[in-house]
Write a protein that binds this ligand. Structure first.
Ligand SMILES: Nc1ncnc2c1ncn2[C@@H]1O[C@H](COP(=O)(O)OP(=O)(O)OP(=O)(O)O)[C@@H](O)[C@H]1O
Ligand SMILES: [Mg+2]
Length: 277
């Protein structure tokens, strides 16, 4: 843990209410933001059982091991084993990749997940899980142990039905509604149904809305770049910062916004464009 946060690390579980909503993009960018701007020690775990791609969005290196590999013998799991399995795409950001062969996957032992969280909380300020499409009861120990659960949604009609079912199922499992932080991704002024209608239909307040910008997101993903370095003043990045502030009990960042011609240009763009004011 960093010297500024002696308390145990915060566990955040992000999951999709439907495939392709942007959970992996948001998880990787939130993790990068916390490591770069807040200079926290961050662990990102790809918990997607088949073809998880969180590590691929951040690093070109071959993954060393997955969560499933580490928890095959929970009694042997220790901090050294965890450290040895991680990729480090950024200073302060360790990534545990998904298993590369879904057909060889075994169910995660519930006791293993509990031990994993206990160890990770002592060594990292923040632990983010990309849980993908949440439909696996084996992940319940994670959801029970997480500080915040972030269901990711988009403004589409089928999402209302799936989102509602998932949120109700989680609450029925004993998850306190206060721990649920729904995030609406890819919001545009033309979004239909409108976010307010989504809230009414879902029966949940959606405070966090992430705007859509295909060109910027593609540039981040293809270039393996963090939003915070590429476009720190873009509303997409600013909304992620607001989200991070509500999730992490951390002091204000020690690092200043990245400086440079590109950043100054972005800042002017978003200040002068009346559409975004
Ligand atoms: N705010 C956004 N604006 C524009 N495009 C976005 C945004 N968020 C995500 N995307 C795009 O949506 C696509 C899906 O993103 P991502 O892989 O993160 O979704 P996912 O929910 O993890 O999908 P999967 O169900 O396959 O795990 C990507 O091509 C990404 O570029
Ligand atoms: Mg994904």
């Amino acid at each position: 843990m960093s010297p500024s946060s002696p308390s145990p690390g915060t566990v955040l579980a992000l999951f999709s209410c439907k495939g392709g909503v942007g959970t992996t993009f948001l998880t990787t960018q939130l993790a990068s933001l916390l490591a770069l701007r807040w200079q926290l020690r961050v662990l990102l775990v790809d918990g997607v059982q088949s073809f998880g791609d969180a590590a691929l969005m951040l690093s070109q290196h071959e993954p060393r091991a997955s969560l499933e590999d580490l928890l095959r013998h929970p009694e042997r799991f220790d901090p050294a084993l965890l450290e040895s399995a991680l990729l480090w795409p950024l200073p302060g950001l360790g990534v545990l990749a998904a298993h590369d062969d879904p057909l060889q996957m075994r169910t995660l032992p519930p006791e293993g997940l509990r031990i994993f969280l206990e160890t990770a909380r002592k060594r990292f300020d923040c632990i983010l899980f990309d849980c993908g499409r949440m439909a696996d009861p084996a992940m319940m120990p994670l959801l029970n142990g997480a500080d915040r659960l972030l269901p990711v949604l988009q403004t589409t009609l089928p999402m209302i039905r799936d989102g509602r079912r998932l949120l109700s199922a989680l609450i029925a499992q004993g998850i306190e509604p206060a721990r649920l932080v729904p995030v609406l991704n890819r919001v545009t002024p033309q979004s239909s149904p409108q976010p307010k209608t989504m809230e009414q239909a879902l029966g949940a307040r959606i405070v966090h809305r992430i705007p859509e910008d295909t060109a910027l997101v593609t540039a981040c993903i293809h270039g393996g770049q963090a939003l915070w370095t590429l476009a720190p003043f873009h509303p997409l990045c600013q909304n992620l910062i607001t989200l991070a502030r509500t999730l992490i009990p951390a002091p204000e960042p020690r690092s200043a916004a990245p400086r440079g011609l590109l950043q100054r240009w972005w800042k002017k763009q978003w200040r002068w464009n009346p559409q975004h004011s």
